[in-house]
Design a protein around this ligand. Structure first.
Ligand code: R5P
Length: 284
């Protein structure tokens, strides 16, 4: 088994190689220093993969990482790998997993259909909805990134785990159960990308240490709004936790409303504090 990591997942790829005791293939991402002047992507495998079971790891965000992934898949096929297990730590476009309005695509399905062309099986991490797996015609599984977050909080004096909305309830339940903590969820209504309404709820949050957990933090609006509400209720410490830290549009600044922000390494950011490599390795 050999690991090939795209440029969105180099750290996780290295960690996965270490956990799996598999070598990590050296990849060049530029043909010339500075890359192509027009911004097109380039990859070249610098180690052989002929006859190997290749674990190809790449998050598909931002979108040019998706192009890079297509190129890596093709290079691996050209070099004669025996089998390709595609690991997509963060499945970009996963939130458009249905047509919300007429005229829209099912973006997650459009991407899944193309990725499966040069893969034997696929593994996602805390995919936005289990429905995404059904878009693949090859064996597809999802592993949870919540156990990795739980490792971060072990030994910390947290009191309550909260989801910012009912969609994230399952993440709060899983984290709460792993840490042996009480868990609950808030009611959220999204107005637009930067505005959400979180309904105040009777919570025993005063003077307590609270983790707010979601699968994805994008603009940080959801969690920052929930954190503000908790502050008003006299919460002592508010920690924001997510599997996928997209952190778009100055999200980390918005999240200064929290005492700490924690994310896994499905995407690299200043908040990356834990790795999902053990979960991926166990599933492989
Ligand atoms: C939504 O369905 C996701 O689970 C997150 O709640 C959402 O992506 C968070 O977005 P933002 O950080 O922009 O509020």
């Amino acid at each position: 088994m050999k690991v090939v990591a795209g440029s969105a997942s180099l750290g996780l790829g290295r960690e996965l190689g270490r956990v799996l005791k598999a070598s990590v293939v050296d990849v060049a991402f530029e043909k010339h220093p500075g890359g192509f002047p027009d911004g097109e992507k380039y990859v070249r495998l610098l180690d052989p993969v002929r006859g190997e079971h290749v674990v190809l790891v790449q998050s598909t965000h931002p979108a040019d990482k998706l192009v890079e992934l297509f190129l890596l898949q093709d290079a691996i096929a050209e070099e004669g790998a025996k089998k390709v297990s595609l690991v997509i730590p963060y499945f970009g476009y996963g939130r458009q997993d249905k047509r919300f309005e007429s005229g829209e695509p099912v973006s997650a399905r459009a991407i899944a259909r193309r990725l499966q062309v040069q893969a034997d099986d696929v593994l996602t991490v805390s995919g936005h909805d289990p429905r995404i797996l059904t878009f693949f015609d090859i064996p597809a599984r999802d592993v949870s990134g919540i156990p990795a977050l739980a490792r971060h909080f072990e030994g910390q004096a947290m009191d309550l785990v909260l989801a910012p909305d009912d969609n994230a309830e399952r993440f709060a339940r899983e984290l709460g159960e792993r840490l042996g903590l009480e868990w609950d969820f808030l009611e959220k209504k999204r107005i637009d990308s930067f505005t959400v309404q979180v309904t105040p709820k009777e919570l025993d949050a005063k003077g307590r240490n609270v983790v707010i957990v979601d699968d994805v933090i994008s603009t940080g609006t959801t969690i920052a709004t929930a954190a503000k509400l908790l502050r008003e209720q006299g919460t002592k410490r508010v920690v924001a936790a997510c599997v996928h830290g997209v952190f778009a549009a100055n999200a980390l600044q918005r999240l200064q409303a929290c005492d700490e922000v924690v994310a896994t390494d499905t995407l690299l950011s200043p908040a990356t504090k834990v790795s999902v490599a053990p979960e991926i390795a166990a599933a492989l």
